[in-house]
Design a protein around this ligand. Structure first.
Ligand SMILES: Cc1ncc(COP(=O)(O)O)c(C=O)c1O
Length: 427
């Protein structure tokens, strides 16, 4: 579900015309629908409510402080992977005791920050990291909780190799055999209390099945560990729930929950979820303007004012993002968002950015309504892993971010300037 819909041939976000918005804030601009963002959170919370989960929004997917605040106000926890994300969570008003902190390379400074802020759980990725966290906690006279990230050796065949994390040979977590030894060594530590198991098998995961396989393995391990006298009170099942990049491709939350909830209900476990993409993905678009239309051999290129530096997913993961002009004739209204659009009179084009890289492609061999210089395109499902992965490559200022609330909009991040590009340089 999202609230980017056409009215009389013009694309609106909630009740704001995107053409009018572009006239005021310019392009490229990330535009988020507040209602879509919040509705996704509410729906996932409702789908899993039978197990009263703690839903920790994955800040890495889209970390603007204003968006964090919307979910913190709804009682969400946060999933972070760095000191910088702890900082963002704090600015967004998140409850620090509801923070889970993952990542294989936590520095001493970041660990101290997490301990000082009293975050809920460190998700532990290795023996060496555990020893470091426990030793820093001891030296600070603090106690914290750890959830061991277990690698269940499960993957969704539809997940891109670069975003699969649950296989044995990834850098994340430890395998089940090592998990047993882990508890034998560290399971009674007083300063980092290992009371949880953490899973995150990759992203996006297009069905409940990989979760079910992973959770079954985790539950067996938990039973075994409890049998040995360890207190395990938390199971964090991670993120990875899909966003609807193509209409109807991702399951709805009830479908995930129908298979997952019965497995974990009644096990005396605090259940944590770490969704990011599924909340933010379809809540955001990247609004871009056509600069030029150019022929190259038999190819037609649509050159726009954004590219891989501002939305890297197509270049990095071969990701599909539906895009369409914001102003269309009736026979070009998109009934669905799919790769092969059936409308008549479409042009076959490559949509490319201004970056000096041949790989700066946003859409390859895509059928689009004919466009001309000055037209606006909306690149959909760009809310997650869009702005947060944007860079200044080629010395391009990063886009503005706008939050739409009904018929109102507010700038939640101003467009960068040339001065911003050099602000940290010691001139
Ligand atoms: C540990 C962990 N949790 C949660 C997420 C969020 O994944 P998604 O945005 O697909 O829900 C990620 C993504 O990389 C992750 O590494």
């Amino acid at each position: 579900m999202d609230l980017f819909q056409y009215r009389d041939g013009q694309l609106f976000c909630e009740d704001v015309s995107l053409d009018a918005l572009a006239g005021e804030v310019g392009t490229p601009t990330y535009v988020y629908s507040r209602q879509t963002f919040e509705t996704h959170y509410d729906k996932i919370a409702r789908a899993f409510e039978a197990v009263d989960p703690l839903i920790c929004y994955s800040i890495k997917s889209c970390g603007n402080v204003h968006l964090i605040k919307l979910l913190a106000d709804r009682g969400a926890g946060m999933d972070v992977v760095s000191g910088g994300e702890i900082h963002r969570a704090k600015l967004g008003g998140a409850d620090m005791s509801k923070i889970v902190y993952a990542g294989v390379g936590k520095t001493d400074e970041e660990i101290r920050l997490g301990l000082d802020e009293g975050i809920g759980w460190f998700n532990i990725e290795s023996e060496a990291e555990f020893e470091n966290i426990a030793s820093i906690a001891r030296s600070m006279g603090k106690t914290t909780h750890g959830a061991l990230r277990v690698n269940p050796d499960v993957a969704d065949p539809n997940t891109h190799a670069k975003t699969t994390t649950g296989k044995k040979e990834t850098k994340f977590g430890v395998d089940i055999d090592r998990a047993r030894q882990f508890f034998a060594h560290y399971g009674k530590d007083e300063h980092c209390r290992l009371t949880g198991i953490h899973l995150h098998i990759g992203s996006p995961i297009y069905s409940a099945e990989p979760y079910v396989l992973a959770i079954r393995k985790a539950l067996e391990l938990i039973d075994e560990l409890r049998g040995q006298g360890y207190t395990i009170d938390t199971l964090d099942i991670g993120g990875g729930y899909a966003a609807d990049y193509e209409t109807g491709k991702s399951p709805d939350y009830a479908q995930y929950a129908a298979d997952i909830v019965p497995l974990v209900a009644g096990k005396d476990l605090k259940i944590i979820l770490e969704p990011g993409r599924t909340i933010a993905g379809n809540a955001g678009i990247l609004l871009t303007r056509v600069l030029y239309v150019k022929l190259g051999g038999r190819k037609k290129f649509v050159i726009v004012d954004t590219g891989m530096h501002q939305l890297i997913r197509p270049a990095m993961y071969d990701a599909f993002h539906f895009m369409w002009p914001t102003n269309v004739a009736p026979d070009h209204l998109p009934d669905k968002r799919i790769a092969e659009m059936p409308n008549p009179g479409l042009d076959l084009v490559d949509v490319v950015g201004p970056i000096c890289e041949t790989g700066d492609i946003l859409a390859k061999a895509r059928k689009l309504p004919p466009v001309a210089r000055g037209d606006l395109l909306a690149i959909h499902t760009a809310g997650a892993y869009g702005m947060c992965m944007a860079s200044n490559y080629n010395a391009m200022p990063r886009p503005a971010e706008v939050l739409i609330e009904g018929d109102q909009w507010r700038l939640i991040r101003r467009r960068e300037t040339y001065d911003d590009l050099t602000a940290a340089e010691v001139l």
